[in-house]
Design a binder for this molecule. Structure first.
Ligand code: IPE
Ligand code: IPE
Ligand code: MG
Length: 263
């Protein structure tokens, strides 16, 4: 049990919440001792949100920003230590060039506009994905700046899966194994895990996908082997911290066995 659920960072610090701290009512029904350590989000449905309003798809991406930062606030309120969001997949390059260009610029400006606020909140920003493949130089610079600014923060780690594909991550790990000259009989799960993009990142306990699609679309393939998956019809731009809390309640109703038996 202790391995599966860990206490919130606040509880781990041993100091407890400040005397005046009131647990917000919207956290009612959530057991703070059994929080997911790591939550992943497939932020899907921006285009459909915009279509429904007669807006260009890009307006849906823009509206997704508020959802993302409300989810970050919610995760901080909960005391979740790791939040990973899927922002751009290795397959999203197939989209029209104008949309891809918009997404590159949008992510660049989002990093510049939000990094100080994230830093103040104690959020460490990191990226998972193929950074040196097709991503514009300027955006890579912004990514590096955000990582450097926030690298000492430990309240929460926000990992942005950008130019990320689960299969690409495994391919890259296999390439690293070969480059390191690891013989076949020395290849085990640990040898692969230590060559993933962020080897110290715990596996996600809970993965939420919005927009009513029941698939993982190449998100964290290795890492989500035993994640609890929660699907919601909410389109990403409408997602708010309450939706995160509801997913955590659903997570806490699940019975995780990891291939074993309940005792
Ligand atoms: C998710 O929303 C954002 C990205 C994949 C970049 P979509 O753009 O996939 O929106 P839908 O799924 O077409 O509605
Ligand atoms: C997954 O959404 C990728 C991101 C949210 C960044 P997609 O919209 O790309 O996935 P599919 O095409 O519906 O499987
Ligand atoms: Mg989509």
């Amino acid at each position: 049990m202790g391995e599966i659920f860990t206490r919130s960072p606040r509880a781990l610090a041993g100091t407890g919440p400040p005397a005046r701290y009131r647990r917000p009512v919207e956290l009612d029904g959530i057991d703070p001792q059994r929080l997911p350590v790591h939550v992943g989000c497939v932020m899907d449905g921006n285009g459909r949100w915009a279509n429904k309003r007669g807006l260009p798809r890009t307006q849906g991406h823009a509206a997704g920003e508020e959802a993302l930062f409300d989810a970050v606030e919610g995760a901080l309120e909960l005391g979740v230590g790791w939040l990973t969001v899927y922002a751009f997949s290795t397959e999203n390059w197939k989209r029209p060039v104008d949309e891809v260009r918009y997404l590159m610029r949008f992510n660049e400006s989002l990093l510049v506009r939000r990094r100080d606020e994230m830093h103040e909140r104690g959020v460490r920003i990191r990226f998972a994905g193929r950074r040196d493949w097709r991503v514009p130089r300027r955006l890579i610079r912004r990514m590096d700046e955000a990582v450097a600014l926030t690298e000492k923060n430990r309240t929460m780690t926000l990992t942005i899966a950008f130019n990320y594909g689960g299969r690409a991550e495994i391919v890259d790990a296999v390439r690293a194994l070969v480059a390191d000259g690891v013989p076949a009989d020395k290849i085990d799960e640990k040898a692969i895990r230590t060559r993933l993009y962020l080897p110290d990142m715990p596996d996600p306990d809970l993965v939420i996908r919005t927009s009513g699609e029941f698939r993982v679309s190449n998100f964290l393939l290795w890492e989500l082997a035993y994640s609890e998956l929660v699907f919601t019809d909410v389109l990403w731009p409408d997602f708010r911290r309450e939706n995160l809390f509801e997913a955590v309640r659903e997570f806490q109703r699940r019975d995780r066995r990891f291939g074993g038996l309940d005792v």
